[in-house]
Design a protein around this ligand. Structure first.
Ligand SMILES: [Ca+2]
Length: 327
């Protein structure tokens, strides 16, 4: 009798009341997380089964990002409002920023600029459920499944005091990045800091935690305090074409000059740099990017992103200095 009932439900395509969604690969993931953390598999299954595969997330990640020339990318981030809000934020939290900048050996204007480019200083931290985002990309998006499944696993493993709220209520970007600095779960685990000492890492509500975590991230990726980020260069016609898979500084300035890339400002000839070409309208531009430029690209590998962060940091610094002098 029961069996007949079941098959009727099955034929009608109606879910049995107690049947939960099981995503592909869920059982294996739960087994791994439970083994690593001792968490209850039933609780993990409940969390995952309540998460939804979202087509909007798959659509968002499939759109080409940062395909714009610099001349059209720059105005998105270097707006008067974003500069103004950055100056206000910098001055409002100056003591904290300068103390943490000192502690982590990073220039705090760059921390503020990253918060500005990522989320307009916390205004747009994202409205996708983080669990939906990471289930969708980790379990239903083969091209990036290795990366996103690992982020999903980390999210499930993070202790509750490293999250800004209950795991099933966290929101973020379509890629599952959270908080003012848009940290992925691995970055929360590796670089998250409880700077206000309340026993939690809260990258959504605690300004000290947010600032310290971004500063710690930059420090951890090799920021060199007081060193240049990027300088404009002139590429001579016939300059040696250089290929590199990322913005890591690979050549000395002296070597780059010999190959036809002349910095337009005095820089240490022994400093290591890479050449950054930005497509423009109408003209392309050429730059020498140093270690600190590379560090910003570890946050987002697009050179356009790193340049936007650099120029916003410069504008915030200039705006703040101008106000100091007016006082
Ligand atoms: Ca805290």
């Amino acid at each position: 009798m029961f069996g007949v009932f079941c098959s009727v439900w099955g034929l009608l395509g109606v879910a049995l009341p107690l049947a939960a969604t099981e995503h592909p690969g869920q059982a294996q993931l739960v087994t791994e997380v439970a083994a690593d953390t001792g968490k209850d598999p039933a609780g993990l299954n409940r969390l995952l089964s309540a998460a939804q595969r979202r087509q909007s997330i798959l659509d968002a990640i499939s759109r080409p990002a940062e395909g714009k020339p610099w001349s059209r990318y720059r105005p998105i981030f270097l707006t008067p409002k974003r500069i103004h809000d950055g100056v206000v934020f910098y001055r409002q939290h100056r003591r904290l920023l300068e103390d943490l900048g000192q502690r982590y050996g990073v220039d705090p204007a760059y921390v503020v600029a990253i918060l500005g480019v990522e989320t307009a200083y916390g205004a747009n931290t994202g409205s996708y459920k983080v669990l939906d985002a990471l289930v969708t990309l980790g379990l239903y998006y083969p091209p990036r499944a290795v990366f996103f499944r690992s982020q999903l696993k980390t999210l499930l493993e993070l202790p509750p005091n490293q999250l800004a709220g209950p795991l099933d209520q966290l929101t973020g970007s379509y890629a599952g990045a959270q908080g003012w600095g848009q940290f992925m779960p691995d970055s929360i685990r590796q670089y998250g800091v409880d700077a206000d000492g309340d026993g939690r890492i809260d990258l959504l509500h605690s300004i000290p935690d947010i600032v310290a975590s971004v500063a710690n991230y930059l420090h951890g990726h090799g920021w060199q305090p007081g060193q240049p980020v990027v300088v404009p260069a002139l590429a001579q016609s016939g300059a040696t074409a250089l290929q590199a898979k990322d913005a890591r500084p690979r050549w000395s300035v002296q070597q780059l000059e010999a190959w036809g890339y002349a910095p337009t400002r005095a820089v240490d000839p022994a400093a290591m740099a890479t050449v950054v070409h930005l497509a423009g309208e109408p003209e392309a531009s050429c730059w020498l990017g140093f270690q600190n430029f590379y560090v910003i690209t570890t946050y987002n590998r697009s050179p356009l992103y790193a340049m936007a962060v650099h120029q916003l940091a410069m504008a915030i610094q200039a705006g703040s200095t101008a106000l100091d002098q007016a006082q």
